[in-house]
Write a protein that binds this ligand. Structure first.
Ligand code: ADP
Ligand code: MG
Length: 329
């Protein structure tokens, strides 16, 4: 159990928001057009993600929760192997190691399947469900008191969940997202494919009311000798007061990332448009040749590294600058 805890705690399952991130990525991988996230309190009692993706067969669903078990990871050489190979295929089992995992899924057949993993026992039964998957996680960290204690307040943990869902909703405007907290709708996006619609959905209550938000959709390509990338997204002006919440949302080759250098590049691209102490709301999706991305960064991580980070950052800054100056914000 200690080995599993080290892996689960260190890699994928650090808090409710990291569980939500993994589940949303699975839903996107399954081709979902609609993703609903529901959270009670800080997320430890109950959180769930429901999608209309392609779903899983009974056999696949049973396999998916069962990739590694406590017995398979008794030795530290196994631990080393897992950490060097990366964490793919281990998110659901890792969640199951520290929570009750309740999966209901249907891959388009006449009936669906429910796979419940509770206290190390897996039970599979038939279930009614339309095509898609619902993953419900209950009693997160019930067997990990130290990790549970390390969590912040309900408000802070839910804030992190909300940030994760916001980021995916903004960077995937073609997917409908809905977030509910304690039975109340927090926000929803229409899945229209428009970045503007997604921004208005996510920020409606928190920011757009502050003043008339000027939203400008942009698609700028930057070509250079040693770099070639496309920047696509939405740059919103006026800016908002800088806060702990992050309003610069960045994806690289379709994956949302938390790269600080890229965010700084976006902010610098606004240049003198941005008053002191303020930051823009920006959704920036960068596409570049996969060869320019360092593939050695752990896939479960929120990070991306570039073979030439300075070149990528200056190209992004240039693209943002070109977009905001020609948009005449
Ligand atoms: P990974 O995503 O790296 O493959 P996970 O543990 O997150 O590993 O998921 C294991 C497998 O379970 C996935 O590869 C996929 O086949 C299946 N799966 C998980 N979530 C979903 C979902 N929402 N819809 C369809 N299949 C899913
Ligand atoms: Mg996954």
């Amino acid at each position: 159990p200690e080995t599993v805890e080290r892996i689960a705690a260190g890699e994928v399952v650090t808090r409710p928001a990291s569980v939500v991130k993994e589940l949303i990525e699975n839903s996107l991988d399954a081709g979902a057009e609609s993703i609903r996230v529901e959270v009670d309190g800080d997320g430890t009692a109950m959180l769930k993600v429901a999608d209309d993706g392609h779903g899983m067969s009974e056999a696949d669903a049973t396999l998916a929760v069962d990739h590694h078990t406590t017995s398979k990871l008794g030795e530290s050489s196994d631990l080393e192997r897992v950490s060097t190979l990366g964490f793919r295929g281990e998110a659901l089992p890792s969640i199951a190691a520290v929570a009750t995992l309740d999966v209901t899924t249907n891959d388009g057949g006449p009936r669906g399947t429910r796979v419940l993993v509770e206290g190390g026992e897996t039970t599979t039964s038939p279930a009614g469900r339309a095509t898609g998957t619902t993953v419900e996680v209950r009693d997160l960290f019930h067997n990990r008191p130290a990790r549970r204690k390390s969590l912040s307040s309900t408000q802070a943990e839910f804030g992190r969940v909300s940030d994760v869902v916001s980021r995916y909703a903004l960077l995937h405007p073609d997917v409908r997202f809905r977030l509910r907290h304690d039975g109340r709708e927090v926000f929803s996006t229409p899945g229209s494919g428009s970045y503007t619609d997604a921004v208005l959905g996510v920020y409606d209550r928190t920011v757009a009311g502050q003043s008339t938000t000027f939203a400008h959709e942009t698609a700028v390509s930057v070509d250079g000798d040693d770099h070639s990338l496309t920047v696509d997204g939405l740059l919103v002006y006026p800016s908002v007061t800088r806060s702990r919440r992050d309003h610069v949302h960045v994806a690289v080759n379709g994956r949302t990332v938390g790269n600080a250098g890229l965010k700084r590049a976006v902010v610098s691209g606004y240049g003198t448009l941005l008053p002191q102490g303020r930051e823009p709301i920006a959704v920036v999706s960068v596409s570049l040749s996969p060869q320019l991305v360092d593939a050695n960064v752990h896939p479960s991580k929120d990070e991306v590294a570039f073979l030439d980070g300075d070149a990528v950052e200056s190209a992004v800054e240039e693209a943002v600058h070109e977009a905001v100056t020609t948009a005449d914000l």
